[in-house]
Structure formats: structure tokens, C-alpha cells
Design a protein around this ligand. Structure first.
Ligand code: VG1
Ligand code: CO
Length: 544
């Protein structure tokens, strides 16, 4: 089949953010926009002729159209085989698992994660390398550089491929295998967790749970694993059908966007346990009745109890968390006498540590948790880990977390997001703050004194690469901490994220809300950066 060379000219805005390139659907629909970016990815790679590529997305609006375009470009560029999920569906962790299982050259994930979907909303694309994880910065930089120079892309003339059924077909020399999106992933989960024990938990009649798939990609995965393989009653999974607009909501598993689930857990006769996942299935939120579990605490509890789970029973080599994530897991690492690494925000920074065997578990405050079973965070994996703990300890999630605090102390944590800010204004506010950092140590703020102030810079311990400007950190003599950074996943204006943390060793003080425990720190964070003055906002849009 003849390769067609299409002339094109560069777009100036194809720099990948924290997790791939995210733009409005309309931007991706513009002639050559998606084609340019995909060709820029392939032009930045070497040695993929005849190799396998995993391709799939979260099912959002434009998923199918984009997939067909990419199939033709991949065929023209000489890939040998593409594995995709039925209906073009694959969760982000499933793509990671398939890359690893099939020793594929890499993978392309079509998703804008928790961002809203639909013709007026967001779309995204991300490249993953052969370890199953997000492309590291040196590759995303190369892709961006290429996108600023590109003058042609390769494609073939071929009708759309039928993605509705599993099976094998060909496009030119390219073999396309359409697989059940769930089976391999579910099989991997069975090797990690004690399914028999979790089955017994569901069978004894005392236990019940609700899983909110938020009308996004995790529905089919959760139904197969929870309701089929683990025997949870039908209806345990709600909003289990992936919809192109995710039902009109933000598939973001947090207290704001998963509000129906939160209301259920705070209402009368709630189930014993609840969880939700995001658009592409890599995030998780876990809840008990009237009890919210902070993602930093969740990571710490999983690390402290990993010996109870078959896949991790032999111990953890180390743990890692992103810099803004609470230091709860650091205390567990201390206790276990294993290393704990602090990385910049974004899963791509965990890849080298996992590949080198330096860590087994890792996580982020943004509802992301994962392990060396994949190279992406994994929502359902975290839920299964929790179910395994509930079954092994025969305690409620709340009892487990409270005992954890009793032993290790509690790291109160909150993140305040100011969304849709004027980008220039937000940049100016942070650069002014950056300029003042040197003068901050020693300054008093109420009863607090600033001890350290810097802009986080990370040296990858495995390959030595350096990533600068990863977030402004202010540390107080008391140990309290504030972090400021701008989001790298939004598509409109800027989002300021302010992260605040305070460690409380005394059990008597654990039973208060984070917002109450952190009230003084929140006020200091506003004052130091001048948030209200610079943004005109009196309160954040989202508090987690
Ligand atoms: C956010 C989170 C970050 C996460 C990233 C991708 O990035 O803060 O922790 O890794 O989203 O997650 P940012 O730059 O907006 O703060 V996902 O589930 O959107 O792929
Ligand atoms: Co996601």
C-alpha cells in the first residue's frame, strides 16, 4: 500500500505538559494538528520498524476518530503490529500492562484524564516508552522540538478499521489486533492480590461496597474484576458505562467531583467501603462511611501493610512520592528502614526508580498510587489493595487509618486549587515569589518562622538528569510546609495549586478536619504569595 507524504507546517503549541499534550477537542480536530504531533512522536523514536505499538484511549469524544488517524500514520511509518482494545478502549494502566506483557516498542494513550469530555471540552495524547511508562522529559522535549520543525507526515489511504469486535485485521503491512481491553489487566491483578480472601469478604454478607466509575473507562474493568471475578453483587459498580462525554461531569475522583458517592457515604446506611476512579482509570479515591482517606495517607497505609498482600509479601525495596505529597509515607519508610525518594509531580519521574528496582510503591497527592507491576498509577489496583487489606485485617478502612495515625502520627494535608486564572498574572505572581525566596528564611509569620524557601530541583538518582522549577517550597521551623506550583494539565488559563501540610504526633489532636488543623497555614500561604491580591479570588475553586 503506497505511503502518502502530506506537506504540513508546524504548530507552535505542541509542548507536552505534566502528562502528554492536552487541548480542546476543536484544536485537535484542526487539519494536520493531531497528525503533526503523532508524526513528531515517531520522528523522535528510532528502531520501531516492524515493532509493536499499543494504542487505546479512555473513550472520550474524538477517541475513535483519532485512533483511525493514528492507525494510518503508524502503518505508513512502518510499525509491524498494533494492539488496541475493543471499541478503542484501554485504561492508562492497561496500556502500561500491555506494553510490558507484549514487550511492545511503546504505546499511545488517548486521554485527557479527569478533564471534562465532549465536543467543546478536552482531548489528549501521550506517548509511553517500552517500560510501559510515560515518556521521560528528554523524549517529550525532543517531540516538542520536532513539532516546531515538522514539514510533512506519512499516512496511507485506507478505510476505517472496524474496532467493535476482537480479532485480527491488516492495514497494508500493519497487523492490527483488537483485544478484550480488560482480560490481561484483570489476570495481572489476580497474580498480585488474594482474590479468594476478597471473595470471602464479599460472600459473608456483612461487607458491601460501591465503586463509582464516573461514566469513564474503568467501568468495564471494575465490573469484570469486582462483580465477575470477585463475586460482588451486580450494581456494586455505578456509572459503569463509558460515555463519550463522561455523563457531562468531571471524572475526577475527589470530594468535589465525586459528590454523589461522597453524599452516599455520608448518608444513611452507607456501604462499608467506596471508591472512585478517573477518566482514564489511573486515579483512585477511597472512602469509608463518613470517612475520607487522603491519598498521602492511603499510600502510607498501603506501604505499612504491604506484607499482608501476596504480590508484596516479600517486602518493599523502597517507596517514592511526588514532592507536594504529604510525608506520611516517609515515616513508614523510616520504620521499615527502606529508602524514600521525593520526585517532581508527574508519574514519568517514578519510571527510572521502578526500573532500577529502587522502589516498589509510589504515589502522588492527586489521587495516584501505583507499584512496580506497571509504570503508570493505577486506580483499580489501589482499590484492590485496600480490599485485600480489609479482608486480611477484618477491620474497617477507618479503623485501619486511625490505628496508622496512632502509630505514626498524622500528616494533615490539603491542596487548594485556583482554576482559570489569567496565565500571565499567575506566572507573574510566582516569579515575584521566586525572587523573594532568598529573603524569607528567618521571617516570622504569627507564631511561625520560615526556615527554608526554594524552588524544587530534582536530580534523577538513576540517570543524573536534572529537572528545575518543579515547585516553590516554604518550610517552617515547626515542620509545617507550603508548596506552590502551576498545573501542567489544564487547557484554559492557569491553575494555581497550593499544597499545605502539618505533622501532628499527638493522637488526641487527630480528630479534626484538615481545614481546621491547617487554618493558620492556609492564611500564611495566602499572605506569602499574595493570592487574593494577585488573582482577585477570595477562595479556591477546589479543595482536596
Ligand atoms: C496533575 C497532578 C499530578 C498528576 C497529573 C496527571 O498534574 O497534580 O500529580 O500526575 O495531573 O494525572 P498538574 O500538572 O495539573 O498538577 V492524570 O490522572 O491527569 O493523567
Ligand atoms: Co488520569
Amino acid at each position: 500500500m503506497p505511503v502518502r507524504i502530506v506537506e504540513t507546517s508546524p504548530f507552535s503549541d505542541q509542548r507536552p505538559g505534566t502528562s502528554g499534550l492536552r487541548k480542546k477537542v476543536k484544536v485537535f480536530q484542526a487539519p494536520h494538528y493531531l497528525e503533526n504531533f503523532v508524526q513528531s512522536i515517531f520522528d523522535s523514536l528510532e528502531g520501531f520498524a516492524g515493532q509493536t505499538l499499543i494504542l487505546g484511549g479512555d473513550g472520550r469524544y474524538h477517541n475513535r476518530e483519532a485512533l483511525q488517524i493514528i492507525l494510518r500514520i503508524a502503518a505508513a511509518n512502518g510499525f509491524g503490529r498494533i494492539i488496541t482494545g475493543r471499541d478503542g478502549l484501554l485504561s492508562t494502566p492497561a496500556v502500561s500492562c500491555l506494553i510490558r506483557k507484549h514487550r511492545a516498542f511503546g504505546g499511545i494513550v488517548l486521554s485527557a484524564s479527569h478533564n471534562a469530555a465532549g465536543p467543546e471540552e478536552d482531548f489528549g495524547i501521550k506517548y509511553n516508552i517500552d517500560n510501559g511508562g510515560p515518556a521521560p522529559e528528554k523524549l517529550t522535549n525532543a517531540i516538542y522540538q520536532r513539532s516546531t520543525q515538522i514539514d510533512r507526515y506519512l499516512t496511507i489511504d485506507h478505510a476505517d478499521v472496524d474496532l467493535d469486535h476482537t480479532g485480527i485485521c491488516r492495514v497494508g503491512n500493519l497487523e492490527i489486533e483488537i483485544v478484550d481491553p480488560v482480560a490481561d489487566y484483570a489476570d495481572l491483578m489476580e497474580t498480585l492480590f488474594d482474590f479468594d480472601r476478597i471473595k470471602d469478604l464479599f460472600a459473608d454478607g456483612q461487607f458491601s461496597m460501591c465503586f463509582d466509575a464516573m461514566s469513564a473507562v474503568t467501568g468495564p474493568y471494575a465490573r469484570e474484576i469486582l462483580e465477575q471475578r470477585l463475586g460482588a453483587p451486580a450494581g456494586t459498580v455505578i456509572r459503569g458505562e463509558p460515555l463519550p462525554d463522561f455523563g457531562g461531569g468531571h471524572p475526577d475522583p475527589n470530594l468535589i467531583h465525586a459528590r454523589e458517592l461522597v453524599a452516599m457515604m455520608n448518608g444513611t446506611a452507607p456501604p462499608k467501603f467506596a471508591a472512585a476512579s478517573d477518566g482514564d482509570g489511573d486515579r483512585n479515591m477511597v472512602l469509608g462511611p463518613n470517612f475520607y482517606i487522603n491519598p498521602g495517607d492511603s499510600l502510607a497505609v498501603l506501604a505499612a501493610n504491604a506484607h499482608l498482600v501476596p504480590g508484596y509479601a516479600t517486602g518493599l525495596s523502597g517507596v517514592a512520592r511526588s514532592m507536594p505529597t504529604s510525608a506520611a509515607v516517609d515515616r513508614v519508610a523510616d520504620h521499615l528502614a527502606i529508602p524514600c525518594y521525593e520526585t517532581p509531580t508527574g508519574w514519568k519521574f517514578f519510571g527510572n526508580l521502578l526500573d532500577a528496582g529502587r522502589i516498589t510503591l509510589c504515589g502522588e497527592e492527586s489521587f495516584g498510587t501505583g507499584s512496580n507491576h506497571a509504570r503508570e498509577k493505577d486506580g483499580l489496583w489501589a482499590v484492590l489493595f485496600w480490599l485485600n487489606l480489609l479482608a486480611a485485617r477484618m477491620q474497617s478502612a477507618e479503623e485501619i487509618v486511625r490505628q496508622h495515625w496512632g502509630k505514626f502520627g498524622r500528616n494533615f494535608f490539603t491542596r487548594h486549587d485556583y482554576e482559570g486564572l489569567d496565565a500571565a498574572n499567575a506566572e507573574a505572581m510566582l516569579s515575584r515569589l521566586r525572587n523573594e525566596l532568598a529573603a524569607l528564611p528567618g521571617q516570622r509569620m504569627g507564631s511561625e518562622t520560615v526556615k527554608t524557601a526554594d524552588d524544587f530541583s530534582y536530580t534523577d538518582p538513576v540517570e543524573g538528569s536534572i529537572s528545575t522549577n518543579q515547585g516553590i517550597r516554604i518550610g517552617f521551623e515547626s515542620g509545617d510546609r507550603i508548596v506552590y506550583r502551576l498545573s501542567g494539565t489544564g487547557t484554559e488559563g492557569a491553575t494555581l495549586r497550593v499544597y499545605m501540610e502539618r505533622y501532628e504526633p499527638h493522637a488526641g489532636a487527630h480528630d479534626q478536619s484538615s481545614q481546621t488543623a491547617l487554618a493558620k497555614l492556609i492564611a500564611n500561604a495566602n499572605e506569602i504569595a499574595g493570592i487574593s491580591a494577585h488573582t482577585g479570588r477570595s477562595r479556591p475553586d477546589v479543595i482536596t
